[in-house]
Design a protein around this ligand. Structure first.
Ligand code: UDP
Length: 340
């Protein structure tokens, strides 16, 4: 491990990205406490050696108590809702859980003197970027409630960090995730969201005949094959970025915002072709109309994460992403025990 062990609070640590990160933190020798409502997370996903509290990260009283009982060095805040179309349909749910709860958590961290904060932000803060790849200084113009809730929390962190007057001022890294997918290489962890909406998960479910097929939402975008392009990043590489962000903050570096992506993208059709090829059989694909809130293209300019965090991706391959996701869908997803 490159730095001394830390005592880390992980909100949403039973969820998809949170659990992969929690396992990497434990493997790196850190102490981990997970808080999660288990709304979309799973007990089995929490590392055995982590402490666990089933609680909403925005519950001020409860969180203050947990913070008082533990001398946390840092918080990694994953907990939140993540489905763009749902945020369009139920914006209040997103403002409550992503904005209000995050604000409460940040204030509790301040009150408790926890100085380091890593936040799960999103490329959705860019909306339809004027140029591709998009760097961190691009205009912030989210086109859906999900993206706005992430941007508001970035601003909350920025304002609270610059207003910090305690002897342990808040410093943060906001990681703007592009499209995370895939599963742990060893096959013990993966995405288990019920009623999933994310493309690679949906395609893998179709490949495993857990759904009848896949709809392509829009074939008339201004892209080479008419379908949307996204920068898909393997969940283990994304999890590793959080450990790098902690190293960065631990070294006393200033607050910052960093894109997490590979710097190249694939269309919806390319993703579906890849999953079908790996699976060896085709599933029905239906062309449908555009989905609300979808930008045509999102690809990261990832120079900053390389330069500032010395992050070195290990799984930059659409095939590896789809293969691990498919393997999880076929094997891991059903075989996990429901107890801890
Ligand atoms: N998509 C699709 N069919 C699906 C799910 C997603 O065509 O069943 C498209 C979606 O419209 C977007 C891309 O795949 O263009 C990525 O969507 P996803 O929901 O995976 O992630 P998002 O970019 O919304 O975070």
């Amino acid at each position: 491990m490159s730095s001394s062990p830390l005592n880390i609070l992980v909100t949403g640590g039973a969820g998809y990205i949170g659990s992969h990160t929690a396992h990497q933190l434990i493997d790196a020798g850190h102490r981990v406490t997970v808080v999660d409502t288990l709304y979309s997370g799973h007990l089995w996903a929490i590392p055995e050696n982590a402490a666990f509290h089933q609680i909403d990260a925005g519950n001020r009283e409860g969180m203050l108590e947990i913070m008082r009982a533990n001398a946390f060095d840092a918080i990694i805040h994953f907990a939140g809702h993540i489905v763009v179309p749902e945020s369009v349909e139920h914006p209040g749910k997103y403002y409550q859980n992503n904005v209000v709860a995050s604000f409460n958590l940040i204030e509790c961290a301040q009150k408790s003197g926890i100085g380091l904060f890593v936040f799960s932000s999103s490329a959705a803060v860019y909306g339809n970027p004027p140029s591709i790849p998009v760097n961190e200084n691009a205009p912030l113009a989210p086109i859906n409630p999900y993206g706005r809730t992430k941007l508001i929390t970035e601003w909350t962190l920025q304002d609270i960090a610059s207003g910090s007057s305690s002897n342990k001022p808040l410093r943060y890294v906001a990681l703007r995730y592009f499209n995370v997918a895939g599963a742990q290489i060893e096959g013990h962890l993966g995405q288990s969201t019920p009623e999933a909406t994310h493309l690679i998960k949906v395609a893998c479910e179709a490949a495993c005949q857990k759904r009848s097929g896949v709809e392509i939402f829009g074939t008339d975008y201004d892209t080479p094959d008419g379908t949307c392009i996204r920068d898909y990043i393997h969940v283990e590489d994304l999890a590793a970025a959080h450990l790098k962000a902690l190293d960065y903050l631990g070294a006393g570096e200033p607050s910052t915002i960093i894109n997490c992506g590979y710097g190249h993208g694939y269309s919806v059709r390319q993703v579906l072709d890849t999953v079908q090829k790996i699976n060896g059989t085709n599933f029905p694909i239906q062309e449908s109309k555009r989905r609300a809130g979808d930008p045509a293209q999102l690809i990261a300019d990832n120079q900053k994460i390389h330069d500032l965090l010395q992050w070195k991706p290990r799984y930059d391959s659409l095939e590896v992403i789809c293969e691990t996701a498919l393997n999880w869908e076929r094997n891991g997803n059903q075989s996990v025990s429901l107890t801890r």
